[in-house]
Design a protein around this ligand. Structure first.
Ligand SMILES: Cc1ncc(COP(=O)(O)O)c(C=O)c1O
Length: 457
């Protein structure tokens, strides 16, 4: 019999989804031949599309055409949609009138763009060692100093302050929310540190923006980078929003059509930002999806999103506390707020194998590995990987309970299937599950699928 620590407690009030999302009724086949409602606890990797986004895209698709380049009606509509989306993204983030909204592919793209725009003579870039690789590696192409975090946020801020003061600093680049632990960083204090020493600040908003409203103008944040696919807009667009001067002075990030005013055989006059950095045909549906997701999120009553995630995360932490061998990771002893992300290890169990078990036997999707944050995961003592459960607007109490029950069953009874390492990842062996029947594109699941080189075991 499956032991359920959640069911054993007094039943708490139901936590229902806040907004309808695309995968609400998705089914996941199990290796025993049955199927269950898919439990998506992998929002921090890519969140499901909001239904509002799906509807908007269906309405926009007939008018999908080239942007900025055509007199045809669809082209005019697409151009208007793209530029209106840019405005909505800026408004949602509290952009100042003279800020630029560059539509990028994702956060990685946005941060790489900004890294090309930091003036060479302005000083170094300073980062914390808890960053996602996207907010570590682009800066290493120039002069970058890394501040090791301390066991408290207070001591970390003091160390950052000392480091920024110690040498000319152009930019403090810091995440607003850890993608590993979900802990939030105190943005006001980070801005104050940068300002005190004449530096600018860039916030990696990939994990923050889907969970909390951020007003960069009110907070005095110079730049923010984000990904649409983590904010309920699955179409491959992100943004870099912030101060115009560096972006106007930087070399064109993507040289090509649309980024120029005039080209001769041997000269080029570049456009100013944002077009300067958006060479090539723009991703109009990506921008529309992102803007629609932001518009929809902005309709939620203030605090509702945070309250929803707090309730889910607390339920999950309480449930995990009752499962033998589970330890939850956190960076700081004194952090007081976090989004719906809970990362843990299970003593005596390989994280990749637990993730495979959760998927194959329980229809639960989590992320395992080192989360593209190798220095942080090593600092947390989990170099061989951990398991991350992440939630958002479509999550409900039952999702949490299914995960806790599955882990409790693992602790009590062990796995009910065989698993083997294949291409660096644990997979059920045999894997009897079939791919869903989609209208086109025959796909197969399993060992032919490559694993990320940085997550292979
Ligand atoms: C904190 C953080 N920054 C940056 C990124 C990179 O985002 P993307 O892969 O969309 O570029 C991620 C992705 O997980 C992230 O969690």
């Amino acid at each position: 019999m499956t032991y359920s620590p959640v069911a054993a407690c007094d039943a708490p009030a139901a936590i229902a989804p806040l907004l309808p999302v695309a995968d609400a009724h998705a089914e996941a086949p199990l290796v025993d031949g049955t199927s269950v409602r898919y439990v998506n606890l992998d929002y921090a990797a890519s969140a499901p599309a909001l239904d509002a986004v799906t509807r908007q895209l269906e309405a926009a698709l007939p008018y999908y055409s080239s942007v900025h380049r055509g007199a045809g009606y669809a082209s005019q509509v697409s151009t208007a949609l793209y530029e209106r989306s840019r405005e909505v993204i800026g408004e949602f983030l509290g952009a100042r009138d003279d800020d630029v909204v560059v539509i990028t592919r994702n956060t990685t793209d946005a941060l790489n763009l900004l890294a090309t725009a930091v003036p060479a003579d302005a000083g170094d870039v300073v980062v914390l060692d808890v960053e996602h690789h996207a907010n570590l590696l682009p800066w290493r192409r120039g002069a970058c100093r890394v501040v090791p975090v301390a066991s408290t946020l207070a001591a970390t801020l003091a160390a950052l302050d000392a480091e920024v003061a110690s040498a000319p600093t152009a930019l403090v680049a810091v995440t607003g929310c850890s993608n590993v632990t979900g802990e939030l960083l105190p943005l006001e204090q980070l801005v104050a540190i940068a300002r005190r020493h004449g530096a600018r600040i860039c916030v990696d908003g990939a994990q923050l923006v889907p969970h909390r409203r951020v007003d960069i103008g009110a907070l005095g944040i110079d730049y923010i980078a984000l990904s649409g696919h983590k904010a309920y807009a699955p179409h491959g667009a992100g943004a870099l929003v912030g101060r115009r001067d560096w972006l106007d002075a930087a070399p064109a990030y993507l040289a090509g059509g649309g980024a120029v005013r005039e080209v001769t055989a041997d000269s080029v006059e570049w456009a100013s930002a944002p077009q300067r950095h958006e060479g090539g045909t723009p991703n109009v549906l990506g921008a529309v999806a992102l803007a629609t997701a932001f518009q929809t999120l902005s309709l939620l009553p203030q605090g509702e999103l945070a309250a929803h995630e707090h309730a889910l995360a607390e339920r999950l932490r309480d449930g995990l506390a009752a499962v033998p061998g589970v330890s939850v990771l956190r960076i700081w002893d004194d952090s007081t707020d976090q989004v719906g992300v809970v990362t843990f290890v299970v003593e005596g169990h390989d994280s990749g194998r637990v993730a495979a078990y959760l998927s194959a036997e329980h229809g639960i999707g989590v992320r395992d590995g080192r989360f593209c944050a190798h220095p942080l995961v090593a600092r947390l003592g989990a170099s061989s990987g951990a398991i991350r459960a992440s939630m958002g607007v479509g999550s409900r109490d039952e999702d949490v309970d299914r995960l806790v029950d599955a882990l409790a069953a693992l602790a009590a009874e062990g796995e009910g299937w065989s698993y083997a390492l294949d291409g660096g990842r644990w997979v059920p062996s045999p894997d009897t599950r079939r791919a869903p029947g989609l209208p086109a594109l025959g796909i197969t699941l399993g060992s032919s699928l490559p694993a990320s080189p940085c997550e292979a075991h």
